[in-house]
Design a protein around this ligand. Structure first.
Ligand code: GLY
Length: 409
């Protein structure tokens, strides 16, 4: 989730001039937001019962999943971003965007008690967290704090990590994945708003989140700055049993989306805590990502994929990296590094809002295409050549950051 400055409509009209020029031209935020509005509203209108949440589309229709799926927060989160934009631009239907966002957020309420997943950060903070940021609804605080407590129930004190995959109580194996970095914002926010760890305090919630992050630095980074996807630990001692992949090509290769979860997760943590070690971790991961990026700014699903072609790329990873680059641009002090990350953000934004990645028409339900669930060489593209809801969510987040940057200049 991002934090950005509110913008008035008059200022918004000036933004193409105020926003820093992308290397190959300014990005027309309003055009993209209007396409997003059309697509998000169409999905809402097609689902009177508001039960199935969009996850993936290979054409004009989203495949949907129940509220307990890890992706369920992205569509409500995207609706909140639209509400934010609509309000800033004084769209006459801004209230309708709030209504849609509230309705889809409410559908996740029961998940606050779900201790069976580490993804409560994605599910509950992109939805309720954005909702609270924009409305100050006090009822949302209770839901967020309970969600944080449910996530914290997965903490393994001896191993000093939050269990990512697997059941609470399994004392044979603990599976930790790099993606888990993205769920820490929920814990830190709750620790500052009265939330507590199970049987503990707010401070305990913060401590376990930061302990998990420190262990991630210790366990997941290779010397070249790339990251492992999965680390298997003995939950009783924290001893490493194996480091491997699940969604990448090979245990020692780099799954590009995992790399972007690391860049973003540590950039967030650096901003939230001011701790240099988290900034260094994000920069290390970002350096690897940028050094291996193809010219069109969108990575293959795995950096060792060896597969050419759009069908094997992951535009959703590029969208995640894009949001993190705006954050890194804000965080670093060195002017040359500031420019590196601003240039990286602008070039990526320009790529994702142009052909062939951006989909303005209704033949695609999504905003972005050419994404990959996992690395896969399958020519039938069961897991690749698709659109993923989180790609759209992070693209909208990045567009709002881009506008805030323009307003701040
Ligand atoms: N967090 C799951 C994924 O990135 O596919």
């Amino acid at each position: 989730m991002t934090r950005h400055l509110p913008l008035c409509a008059a200022l918004a009209a000036l933004l193409p001039a105020l926003a820093p020029a992308a290397p190959d031209g300014a990005v027309d935020v309003d055009r993209i937001m209007r396409v997003a509005a059309r697509k998000l509203a169409a999905f809402d209108a097609s689902r009177a019962d508001k039960s199935g949440y969009p996850t993936e589309a290979k054409g004009a229709t989203w495949v949907t999943v129940p509220p307990k799926d890890w992706v369920s927060g992205f569509y409500p989160g995207a609706l909140w971003y639209l509400y934010e934009y609509a309000q800033a631009c004084q769209w006459p239907d801004a209230a309708a965007w709030r209504g849609r966002a509230e309705a889809w957020t409410a559908g996740l309420e029961a998940q606050q008690h779900n201790t069976g997943t580490h993804d409560l950060g994605f599910m509950m903070f992109d939805s309720y967290g954005n909702g609270h940021r924009l409305t100050q609804n006090a009822d949302y605080v209770k839901v967020i704090n309970q969600s944080a407590q449910s996530l914290a129930a997965r903490y393994l004190p001896q191993a000093r990590v939050i269990r990512s995959w697997g059941k609470v109580g399994d004392m044979d194996k603990a599976l930790i994945i790099i993606d888990n970095m993205m769920n820490l914002e929920l814990l830190l926010w709750a620790s500052q708003h009265g939330g507590t760890a199970p049987g503990g305090t707010s401070e305990d919630l913060r401590t376990l989140a930061l302990t998990h992050a420190d262990r991630t630095i210790e366990l997941f980074f290779r010397p070249d700055g790339s990251t492992y996807h999965v680390v298997e630990l003995d939950p009783k001692t924290g001893t490493v049993q194996r480091k491997r992949t699940a969604q990448g090509k090979a245990d020692e290769s780099c799954w590009s989306r995992g790399q972007t979860w690391a860049i973003y997760g540590f950039a967030y943590l650096a901003e939230a805590t001011g701790e240099r070690r988290y900034l260094d971790a994000s920069l290390k991961a970002a350096r690897f990502y940028l050094d291996h990026l193809p010219a069109d700014r969108v990575p293959p699903a795995d950096y060792s994929s060896g597969l050419d072609g759009l069908e094997f790329k992951d535009s959703s990873a590029a969208a995640i990296a894009l949001c993190a680059f705006f954050r890194l641009h804000r965080l670093v002090q060195d002017p040359a590094l500031k420019k590196t990350y601003l240039d990286a953000a602008l070039a990526t934004l320009r790529a994702l809002t142009s052909e062939p990645y951006f989909c303005p028409g209704d033949e695609h339900a999504s905003l972005l295409r050419y994404a990959a669930r996992n690395y896969h060489a399958d020519p039938a593209h069961r897991l690749t050549n698709t659109s993923l809801i989180w790609g759209d969510y992070y693209l909208l987040e990045a567009l709002l950051q881009y506008r805030a940057l323009g307003a701040a200049r």
